[in-house]
Design a protein around this ligand. Sequence first.
Ligand code: FAD
Length: 361
Amino acid sequence: MSEALNVVILGAGVIGLSAAHVLSTRYPKINITIAARDLPDDLSSQAWSSPWAGADWSPIGEFEERKYRIESKTFNKLWDMIPTGLVRKLPSRICYTEEIDANKLWYKDLVRDFRVLEKHEVPSGATSGVAFTTVSLNPELYLPWLQGELEARGVKFLKKRVYSIGEAAELAGPKGVVVNATGLGARSLIGVQDLDVYPIRGQTILAYAPSVQEFLSYPLGLKSVPTGEATYMIPRPSPAGHVLIGGTFQEGDWDLSVNYETASNIWSRCLELAPSLKNPETKILGHNVGLRPARRGGPRIEAEWFELPLKTEFLPTPNGQEHKFPVIHAYGFGPAGYQGPVPSLAAAIATAHGKCDLITV
Ligand code: FAD
C-alpha cells in the first residue's frame, strides 16, 4: 500500500471519529480528513445522533452472535478506558416484568459482576431483575476528546455538507478511499440513497440527580418496545450528579420537537424505578430529542466500488477525475453506536487499507 493513501471519512459522529481513531492508530502514515456537516464543536444540533446518546452499554434486543462478538470487544475496550475518567464504571439493575431464568440471559458473561437481584432489591413495578457493572460515557466530553486526539495525530477536520458520494471521492483524490459514516444522512446522500435507513426517535431529560448512582432500566426490546417507551436512567461520568433519564424508542418518527406529555410520562416511569428522584436537590437541566440512525437488516459495514462521474449526477466530473473508487460503508448503528462499533470499524479499516476485499465482521 502507498503510504500516501488519502482517506476521507464522511461524518464526525461517534462512528466517523472512532473509524479515524482505529485507522490512525493502525496506520499512522495515512492522510485522514473528516468531512462533516456537524462536528463536535456543535453539540446542540439535532441533525446528528451522537450528542444525544446515553451513552452506556446496555442489553438491546435478543442474542445475535455477531452483536455479541462486537459488543463484548467494545465493552472491554471501554472498560480499559475507565482510568482516563472519560468512562465510568457503573453499577446497574435491569428489571423484568416477569420471572426470568438469569442463566439464559445472553449478556450475563459480557458484563462484569453479574448476579440475580434479591426480591427486596427489585424496584416496585417490576417482578424480577439482575445486577451487574457496565460502563457509561458523556458524549459532550467524549466527542470533543476524540476530535482533540485526532487533531494531535494530524487528522484534518472540514465542516462541509456533501451532497453526493462522488463529491466525497473528489475530496479524497484519484487514489483515495471514502468511509461513509453519515448515519441518517446515508438515506439522502446521492449515490447511496439507502432507503432501509430510518430514525428511532429518542426523547430524554437531562437532570442533576446525585441520588441516582446506578444505571436502572427495563431492557430495550421487552417492556419498552411495544409502546415506543423505554425506561432508563444513566448517570454520567461527569459533571457529577448528571443523569440522562429516558426515554422513548419511536421507530420511523422524525419529530425533533420536545413533547411535554412524553416528558411527563418518562418522569413518572422513572420515579417508580427510583423514588429518590423526588429529593429536593434534583433539578431538570434540559429536555432533549435525538434520532438514532437505524437500518433494516442491521448496520451496513461493507465495501462498495463506485465510478466517477456518478450516473445519478448530471454533469461530467471536472479536472479529469474519472476513476473507480472504493467506499467503506459504516452506518446504521441505530441504538448502539457507542457500544457496538470498535471491531466492526477495525475490520472496515483493514478493508480500506487493502483497497478493498469485502469485509466480514
Ligand atoms: P451521527 O452521530 O448521526 O453522525 C453522522 C455524521 O454524518 C454527522 O457528523 C453528520 O453531520 C454527518 N453527515 C450526514 N450526512 C452528511 C452529508 N451529506 N454531508 C456531510 N456530513 C454528513 N448508543 C449507545 O451505544 N448507547 C446508548 O446508551 C445510546 N443511547 C442513545 C440515546 C438516545 C436518546 C439516542 C438518540 C441515541 C442513543 N444511542 C446510544 C445511539 C447513538 O447515539 C448512535 O448509534 C450513534 O450516535 C450513531 O453515530 P453515527 O456516527 O453513525 O451517526
